[in-house]
Design a protein around this ligand. Structure first.
Ligand code: GLU
Length: 423
């Protein structure tokens, strides 16, 4: 089944937000946390549902459903991307908002967590339709946004262009405000390095993992599911570091070459074919086969819930490195743990994006642009520091990295809630 149509694993009856909540509740029990704090974090602070009427190119009116979920703002303004995807329903957006609270806390960014979504298929819409939809969405949620209130960014199905439209639509109503979104085009006040940042952060985690294992990247094979913004930049930078990328896939299919795929060549192919599928110098594989590829580090970098109770038994990697948000269900996670396969969690691995969003926001507030070298080196310092904090905490407590990362994050959020006097 292609990634784009892969169904969420409903086998255990847990919705995406139910699964994130379960992980949080487990952490709260481990930390013997104040029950009132747990209760406060179990539901979002505010959820906005909006009806979005858009005149399509064929002159017909279509009504889309859009959301902005603000989960917790104890540590600062709400922060998180906007997803345009057919499966971006309220429960999924809620789950992703919760993850943002913990991701920002783990990286010690002065933000709370939020997420937005519009249920639509951007691959079947024209640029003019997307422009209209984005403006309508921004007008509807504009009242809950603000540079010190809630700052959206790109996520799946949105990009720098979407952020430019959002910034413009917001500016028309409230005046020029570049810091209202991050992930903007550089020409409009975006940060150098933001577009690559999530993939760069993932590659930094891969590099640190290799170092932690005392291995050379040249001797390690990685398989990456997804060749969108995150997957493709992960492949490019990991390849540059020296890793052997042995398998890659996207919505249309995948490819494998045990000797390693030449990513520069693959990019040439992708520019023409619009997919990694069909690349000459490799064997075709499906997305299921990609997840079962024999490799050292498996990097799911596409949709959520792709490693489940059904297929976790077939994973043949030593580590799963979560570049996507929530790619492993709790049942999948339990099976990987039983099989001794380690997992580096999403809130650590894909945090490079929101970290550079933070740099972009500070640059906008100061009206001062950083050179690319500064962005990349400050990103590196933070990712390396947090990577080692998570592994040290796991070592100290005898927990797994997912648990250690959430424990660090949850403690910080709880502390902020208490200090503010919410409980
Ligand atoms: N959408 C990205 C994420 O899931 C980035 C969020 C941001 O930059 O605010 O982390």
């Amino acid at each position: 089944m292609p990634v784009g149509t892969m169904e969420a694993s409903q086998s255990a009856g847990l919705s995406p937000s139910g699964a994130v909540l379960k992980t949080m509740h487990d952490a709260a029990a481990r930390l013997q946390m104040n029950q009132e704090v747990v209760e406060l974090l179990s539901t979002p602070w505010r959820e906005m549902h909006a009806q979005l009427p858009v005149r399509m190119d064929d002159r017909k009116l279509r009504i889309f459903e859009g959301y902005r979920v603000q989960h917790n703002g104890a540590r600062g303004p709400y922060k998180g991307g906007v997803r345009f995807h057919p499966k971006a329903d309220i429960d999924e957006v809620r789950a992703l908002a919760m993850l943002m609270t913990y991701k920002c806390a783990l990286l010690d960014l002065p933000f709370g967590g939020a997420k937005g979504g519009v249920m639509c298929d951007p691959t079947r819409m024209s640029q003019t339709e997307l422009n209209r939809l984005t403006r309508t969405y921004t007008q509807h949620i504009g009242q809950v946004l603000g540079v010190a209130r809630d700052i959206p960014a790109p996520d799946m199905g949105t990009n720098a262009q979407t952020m430019a439209w959002m910034m413009d639509a917001y500016g028309q109503r409230y005046g020029y405000t570049p810091g209202i979104v991050t992930g903007k085009p550089v020409e409009l006040g975006g940060s150098f390095g933001r577009n690559q940042a999530t993939g760069r952060g993932v590659a930094t985690c891969l590099r640190e993992l290799a170092r932690h294992e005392g291995a050379k990247p040249q001797d390690l094979r990685i398989a990456v599911q997804g060749y969108g913004n995150v997957g493709s930049w992960t492949c490019r930078i990991a390849h540059e570091i020296g890793f052997r990328v042995v398998a890659v896939s996207d919505v249309k299919g995948g490819i494998m070459n045990a000797e390693g795929i030449d990513i520069a060549q693959l990019d040439h192919w992708f520019a023409v074919a619009g997919s990694v599928a069909g690349f000459e110098d490799a064997t075709p594989i499906t997305n299921e086969q990609l997840l079962e590829t024999e490799c050292d580090y498996l990097v799911p970098a596409a949709l959520g819930e792709v490693i489940t109770g059904e297929n976790a038994g077939q994973v043949r990697a030593r580590y799963v490195v979560e570049a996507a948000n929530h790619p492993v269900t709790p049942e999948g996670d339990a099976i990987l743990a039983e099989r001794g396969i380690q997992v580096l969690p999403d809130i650590l691995v894909n945090a490079g994006g929101v970290t550079v969003s933070y740099f972009e926001w500070t640059q906008n507030i100061q009206q001062f642009r950083w050179p690319l070298e500064r962005v990349n080196s400050e990103l590196d310092i933070r990712m390396v520091g947090v990577f080692s904090d998570v592994l040290a905490r796991a070592g100290r407590d005898g927990t797994r990295p997912r648990e250690a990362a959430l424990d660090i994050a949850l403690e910080r959020v709880a502390k902020a809630i208490e200090l503010r006097g919410f409980v």
